[in-house]
Design a protein around this ligand. Sequence first.
Ligand code: XMP
Length: 526
Amino acid sequence: TILVLDFGSQYSHLITRRLRELNVYSEMLPCTQKLAELSWSPKGVILSGSPYSVYADGAPHVDPAVFELGVPVLGICYGLQMLAWHHGKNVVAGEKKEYGHANLNVQRHTSEAAHVDALFTGLENDMEVWMSHGDKLAQLPPKFVTIATTANAPFAGIAHTEKEFYGIQFHPEVTHTPRGTEVLKNFALGICKAKTDWTMGKFVDQEIQRIRNLVGEKGQVIGAVSGGVDSTVAAKLMQEAIGDRFHAILVDNGVLRLNEAQTVKETLTKHLGINLTVIDASERFLGRLKGITDDPEKKRKVIGNTFIEVFQEEAKRIAQEAQNTSRAGEIEWLLQGTLYPDVIESISFKGPSATIKTHHNVGGLLEGMHLKLIEPLRELFKDEVRVLGTKLGIPEELVWRHPFPGPGIAVRILGEVTPEQVRIAREADYIFIEEIKKAGLYRKISQAFAALLPVKAVGVMGDQRVHAQVIALRAVETTDFMTADWYPFDGEFLKRVSRRIVNEIDGVCRVVYDVTSKPPGTIEME
Ligand code: XMP
């Protein structure tokens, strides 16, 4: 196991992710971890980057015992400053902050101890790297040599001449450092001799064990599921860990996809054995959405608040039922399928000015319910969750499903949400997705849906003039959903979809295709 000590960099989790890609098991702990309290011995330690300067008030410092463990240490960015600071305290603030691409020149030291060059074994002497730092080293600490430089950082890489201590100013964990994974591999495998026996199967075993320890013999957990991959994977993991002491709740808010509640129920209960309750609250939701014509944020709030209300009622009912049967202990836990990117987003978007849309989440649940949060996917990225889902036997179709917003098609029905509008939007969406699947494009496209515009247009159908509604199709490609581009369908495909929508759905006489990227558009229309 490699110990990663986190100093708060936005990239810290990428380090553990890259190690997992190398099949190396790692554990990330806060930088304040006292090493004497660790119950296991790491094969090596990585010190992450940080938004701090080592000289700043309140800057985090590592337990100096890390340098006495007798295992290799790699300091990345702030980690390098930390390493140098503990060996000579001669870090200065760089005159120039460095951010972006840089060319790294590797310096070899064939005459020194063999370990000095080990970080760059098998790599070219010229490497493209990604820099993001304020502080930089002004001089070498005693007993260190330079192993890499850039035009702006004369000590971009340093190594201790006697011990296996390394510091690098660049970030090997980001994709902007193309050979970065090899640097981490040299450290983890070459230098630390870590085992490469980590697999997703092991993650499952460990996570199940961790959940059991956390929840105890009798504890119960509730959680909302949506039919999406994250909540389903989290729910399946809970089911494997504690069986029916996990209670999944699907709230049918009346703005789910066509036949969604039914399909999710089938898959989760029959196929995956999850203890699921479906609550049909569509009337309550649609009742409250009535009359909201021009305020997308209000739609989101109404749906979010109603969701919390319905969920709490159901949780109370389940708790009472459980008490009556004295089947188990109290419900103390709330499951959330939070992924690592959600964690970053919620950390870095604190200010109210950054709120472009209030994303629907169940965070508000915790306030009223005195529940503790359990988040088994917190360290994983989406593609890892998909691998995990497959491992847990979740059907391919669900594992590869496009994301669907919490407020559902309510934010895809521009203008007022009425049962009639819901019907039209649902049917159009169903046809569009069906055609995308038939054309073999579903996985190529990151997200696709049909939206209903709040206007009417004139058309001619069966020799009759009609005045009916307009469907807007949207399909985007993206890796992170922060930026996106519209998908370039061929004309024949669009013709086919348009013909079907106009012919098969009552009330629609036109179809348009949205050719707006994000930015300036967002993926959803509201
Ligand atoms: P936007 O529209 O902001 O969407 O470009 C980015 C991604 O987030 C999804 N999205 C939401 N997901 N609750 C969610 O759970 C929401 O309120 C919400 N709004 C947008 C959207 O579908 C896309 O994948």
